[in-house]
Design a protein around this ligand. Sequence first.
Ligand code: NAD
Length: 471
Amino acid sequence: METVLPFFEQVNLNFDKAGGYTNYPPGLLEQIKICNSVYHMTFPLKRDDGKIETIHAWRAEHSHHKLPTKGGIRYSTLVNEDEIMALAALMTYKCAVMDVPFGGAKGGIQINREMYSVSELERITRRYTYELIRKNFIGPGIDVPAPDYGTGAREMALILDTYNALTPDKLDALACVTGKPVEQGGMYGRKEATGLGVYYGLREACNFGEDMKLLGISPGLEGKTVVVQGFGNVGYHAAKFLQEGGAIITGIAEYAGAIHNSRGLDVEKVESYRNENGSILNFAGAATIKNPADALELECDILVPAALENQITSENVHHIKARIIAEAANGPVTPAAHDILKKRGALIIPDTYLNAGGVTVSYFEWLNNLSHVRFGRVGRRFEENSRKDLMIAIEKITGKRFSEEEVTQLVHGPEEKTLVNSSLEDTMSVAYNEIREIRNQHIEGVDLRTASFIKAIHKIAISYMELGIFP
Ligand code: NAD
């Protein structure tokens, strides 16, 4: 039986493997790897029934080589110091891989949100924010949280409101947190960004014919069968965009069980069914699987773990049939399972790259908040008028008249969401090509995960050298 290593050790194992392919001094590698600051806080919560409970929460800032640090906040009973440090480290490497100029951070509160009322959750979130402010662990230029497992736009709005209340007169306060509701400084497209990034990343990977040939499958996403574990923010959006892109979603696993149909599940219908019934189980036209872990072992081309870490271990890896493992979640594959999958010839698209869509769009939101103007606002009308002028000139020269539909289609200036999505598409595509190139340069031993760590180490090492700390 595999003794699953602590999560942070797993991340460091991957780091050390990549470090071996670089020539940096051991001291510099150690500085990059270490977690700079960790704050463990406890505070009392007065429950609605009057009972007092102690809440444990953390914020870890893994690397200050770029500021602010950036990373989500997780609400889960599994949250502990090791997990938060590991997730903060992954954020550092992810930002470096994506060329997003942040250090890595992560926060977490050790609760099962289902056990608390809306007002209890509000009190917990506000008190957590207060603790972060008190210790200087939050601020537009210090450390900027975002949503993660168990949190969403509502919690981000509460963080902003608390920050505003306790630090008045801060001109850039909106940029203290990302993933906010659009009406409160959030960004169109942030909610779906991680899932959309998973789709763009997978599409890019599947378009390399020679890589697909090695896996024994045809190029392109079209017709690929996909099983998704975790139908939350990331899993639902990844499934939705993959289906729209031509893939067939054959299985969806949730906490309480899974559903399966080898001919495909309609993702939107499953979502509506879940909203009506509170569960995906017993969805019409699909077989229900009682143990959600069994869904990981279903026959499929692509397995998308989008729930939590340590889902594919040496215990179940021998039953995994997928040829592509797309790490939408952070740390879903243990190092031991990774090695077994790799030996079998599977393609593992690592978390350090694949789920970076969220932080990429968070970067756009942060920039937007600091500039105090929405993307596209300044130039859109000017761009539309220029295009109109160009079309009139073409009509004059060619004698051709454009239809009203053509004019509307061609003249229309970019909306914020279009700009965000196309930048995300570009960032995902460029980053995939970079890590694939590093993998191919090394030939032996280096897979996409190690390649992403190699890229991250180079980027961060350069930052330290620029600071003059290392020669
Ligand atoms: P979420 O809370 O919105 O959804 C997670 C879902 O997984 C929930 O519906 C939960 O019931 C389900 N789940 C939990 N354990 C399961 C199990 N054993 N089997 C099947 N389903 C299970 O969380 P999320 O924001 O979608 O995050 C999911 C993962 O993606 C996490 O690892 C997170 O760190 C990572 N991630 C999230 C973002 C983001 O923008 N939200 C960005 C990058 C990475």
